[in-house]
Design a binder for this molecule. Structure first.
Ligand code: BES
Ligand code: MN
Ligand code: ZN
Length: 502
């Protein structure tokens, strides 16, 4: 799908804009947006007459398709409801964009023109509206059907969307927003596809190959550490998780340098468990297939770097992805085993299903060598986080409040929101072990907090934050599939660090 921005005055829109589909915003009660008003005028009241029949529901996202409107060059007009004018919010905006995109998907139109300003939410500028319109449409058009041989839905005809602005000329800011959004959507699509791929195909080696492809396409630095490198580095915790698997583990390091060498990098660390059976502490069978999504942190880190490289962002970012499987086997780690981490601290592995923190602790220690400006890990770490925050907010933990505030702001801006949880010392005692420096589990109470507390023991020398995406990385049930979160948040975080606020 191609996106572009053009200056089109309302009069141009109503008369000459040749397009397969003109998408117009309408508030509940037949309250027309500015573009719709101009079009209605040119069509001698045709829109108002149709609306008077009550065929467009007032609910945000409802749509009504009109054909053959006299006086218009557009082949079709798609009316999209924004809901009540005085209740209009980000949520209604998103429903409207999703509704419009879903309707466009089913049309024969090859292109569409959408006057974006009429969809603007108060308090959010034009660049925001441009970004979220593009991201919303791309999200609705995402498909994962490469493994279906039958009954595939037909590919949509729509190939181009023009965002029409009434005020010429189109600002550089709006153009930058478009470029950012398209690259972010590309990154989110990559994360979604990696998540959706089955665990027999999306192995640690596959993730490493994907990272190599990104490196080649965008000329990035890449290094893939193998088992022998991990042994040499003393990554006893990561090696303990991979012990029961036939798939060789990989530690992927992908570097994008878009800023001066002297600028310290943002380091992103993504949990890459390509399948989590729980190991010897085997998980119950129900929905275990969903543990293919346990590499979503890794997917989002690769997706975010692809996005930043794709838009040539002026930032330095390094992705560090520990990737392996967590399997039961004769060689697998046992509950009670004690291992030495790369940091030198010892861990009693009381539950082999708490494996995410084990691969992350060694990756975090390894990442120290990059002297990060900040380090953010992303992980489907705990079921407890799903209980705490559901599927709306990502759990945020940080040892630096300024970093936490930046992440919260980036999440709000990207509408990929996080919510901060405590990382107080008081919780640390739950990780006490009789036999090693610490245990890898802290009991049932505050399970996502103690998981973060465990990681905090490996990041004391860095400005660090941890994102628990267990509830937000994928959807279950009929709509089962990866969401691509938190790629939009990570991209926004990196850009804010480079000074971009709009
Ligand atoms: N990958 C899981 C966390 C998870 C579970 C995410 C369900 C989303 C849905 C993680 O490796 C895990 O198994 N965590 C355990 C930790 C426990 C053993 C302390 C959990 O949450 O049960
Ligand atoms: Mn697990
Ligand atoms: Zn896991």
């Amino acid at each position: 799908m191609e996106f572009s921005i053009r200056a089109l005055a309302p009069a141009q829109l109503s008369g000459g804009a040749k397009t397969g589909c003109l998408v117009l915003a309408v508030f509940a009660g037949g309250n027309l947006g500015r573009a719709a008003q101009a079009v209605d005028k040119a069509a001698m009241g045709a829109l108002r007459r149709v609306l008077a029949h009550g065929d467009l529901a007032g609910k945000a996202g409802a749509t009504l398709l009109l054909q053959k409107i006299p006086g218009l060059a557009a082949e079709r007009v798609l009316l999209v409801s924004l809901g009540e004018r005085n209740e209009f919010s980000v949520t209604h905006f998103r429903e409207a964009v999703r509704g419009a995109a879903t309707a466009l998907k089913g049309l024969g139109a090859r292109d569409a023109v959408l006057p974006v300003a009429d969809f603007a939410v108060s308090g959010r500028g034009l660049p925001w509206t441009v970004r979220h319109t593009v991201l919303g449409i791309r999200e609705a058009f995402y498909r994962f059907d490469q493994l279906k041989t039958q009954k595939k839905a037909a590919a949509p005809a729509l190939a181009a969307v023009t965002l029409a602005l009434s005020g010429a000329p189109v600002t550089l800011q709006a153009q930058a927003a478009l470029k950012e959004a398209v690259a972010t959507a590309d990154g989110a699509d990559l994360a979604r596809t990696l998540g959706n791929l089955p665990p027999n195909l999306c192995t640690p080696a596959f993730l490493a190959d994907e990272a190599r492809k990104i490196a080649k396409q965008f000329k990035l630095g890449i290094e893939v550490l193998e088992r022998k490198d991990m042994e040499r580095l003393g990554m006893g915790a990561l090696l303990a998780v991979t012990a029961g698997s036939r798939q060789p583990p990989k530690l992927i390091v992908l570097r994008y340098a878009g800023a001066a060498k002297s600028k310290k990098p943002l380091v992103l660390v993504g949990k890459g468990i390509t399948f989590d059976t729980g190991g010897i502490s085997l998980k119950p069978g129900g929905e275990m297939d969903e543990m293919k999504f346990d590499m979503s942190g890794a997917g989002s880190v690769l997706g975010a770097i692809r996005a930043l490289a794709g838009m040539r962002a002026p930032v330095n970012v390094i992705g560090v992805v520990p990737a392996c499987e967590n399997m039961p086997d004769g060689a697998a780690t046992r509950p009670g085993d004690i291992v030495t981490t790369m940091s030198g601290q010892t861990v009693e592995i009381l539950n082999t299903d708490a494996e995410g923190r084990l691969i992350l602790c060694d990756a975090l220690t390894y990442a120290e060598r990059f002297t990060p400006d900040a380090i953010v890990d992303v992980a489907t770490l705990t079921g407890a986080c799903v209980i705490a925050l559901g599927h709306v907010a990502t759990g945020l933990f940080a040892n630096d409040q300024k970093l936490a505030d930046e992440i919260l702001a980036a999440g709000d801006d990207a509408w990929d929101r996080a919510w901060q949880m405590p990382l107080w010392e008081d919780y640390q005692e739950q990780l006490r072990s009789n036999f090693a420096d610490m245990a890898n589990i802290g009991g049932r109470p505050a399970g996502s907090v103690t998981a973060a507390c465990y990681l905090a023991r490996f990041t004391r020398k860095m400005r660090w934050a941890h994102l628990d995406i267990a509830g937000t990385a994928w959807r279950s049930g009929r709509d089962k599939g990866s969401t691509g979160r938190p790629v939009p948040l990570l991209v926004r975080l990196a850009l804010r660090g480079a000074g971009r606020r709009s």
